[in-house]
Structure formats: structure tokens, C-alpha cells
Design a protein around this ligand. Structure first.
Ligand SMILES: [Zn+2]
Ligand SMILES: [Zn+2]
Length: 132
């Protein structure tokens, strides 16, 4: 599946052909801190099928609980989480919030449940406030 995306301020844009449209959710504490949210949602592309088409993302290299060294790419201007490249891997993990076709992607698996926020497993019953 071909996708493209850009950060909030549009300084950085990219395109990719995904390995599959399947989304992986990660509830690890690193993902919570980087995103400021309960979990991160990511799809995978081979490195050779991913390219930045505008601007340049900044990288922060983390050594965290969920993996080895992993470069976390973000927009240096607006701070949007964009993608990660883990050391020794030949794939790019793209954060779905910046993908234009994100409504066509499908959640397929989740990991690091033990460090997740339990309520994030079921939000359907929450009261909906405008805008819906
Ligand atoms: Zn930006
Ligand atoms: Zn994680």
C-alpha cells in the first residue's frame, strides 16, 4: 500500500510503500513519553520503500525498555512524531497520525500491555462531547 504524510506544520513530508496496512500499537512507557499519549500506533515499511520528500526530520536516539537503540524522528519545528528506525533493522516504523491514508489502515496487534493504561483498552463507553 502506498502512503504519504507530513508533520503538523508541513515542514517535513514523506512517502512509503508499506509492508502491510496493519497497525501495531505499543503501550510501553517510552511510547507514552514520546507521544504524550497512552500508546503509539505504527505501520512498517522497508527502508528502501521509504523516503523523505520535503524537509528533514530530526532524530533522537533512545536506548529504551522496549528495544535496543532506536532513532526517533520528529519535526524540529512542530514536534510531530514521524517515524523511527531501530538499529539493525531494515524497516521504518511510521507513526500513523501523520499518514494521510490513516483511515484505511487496520489495527492488528498490540504489545507492552503490562505498562499500558488499562482504560485505553476500552474507550467506547466514554461520553462524547462536541465536536463528535
Ligand atoms: Zn512540523
Ligand atoms: Zn513502545
Amino acid at each position: 500500500m502506498h502512503i504519504d504524510g507530513e508533520c503538523f506544520c508541513r515542514a517535513v513530508a514523506y512517502e512509503a510503500d508499506l509492508v502491510s496496512p496493519e497497525i501495531g500499537l505499543c503501550h510501553c512507557s517510552d511510547c507514552q513519553a514520546f507521544s504524550g499519549s497512552p500508546y503509539r500506533a505504527t505501520v512498517e515499511a522497508r527502508s528502501s520503500d521509504f523516503r523523505v520528500t520535503r524537509g528533514e526530520a530530526r532524530a533522537y536516539v533512545k536506548t529504551g525498555a522496549s528495544s535496543g537503540r532506536s532513532a526517533q524522528y520528529f519535526c524540529a519545528t512542530c514536534g510531530s512524531n514521524l517515524y523511527r528506525i531501530a538499529e539493525g533493522e531494515e524497516t521504518v516504523g511510521i507513526r500513523i497520525g501523520t499518514i494521510r491514508q490513516r483511515h484505511q489502515l487496520t489495527p492488528a496487534r498490540q504489545t507492552w500491555i503490562a505498562s499500558g493504561l488499562g482504560w485505553a483498552q476500552d474507550i467506547r463507553a466514554l461520553k462524547v462531547t462536541p465536536p463528535s
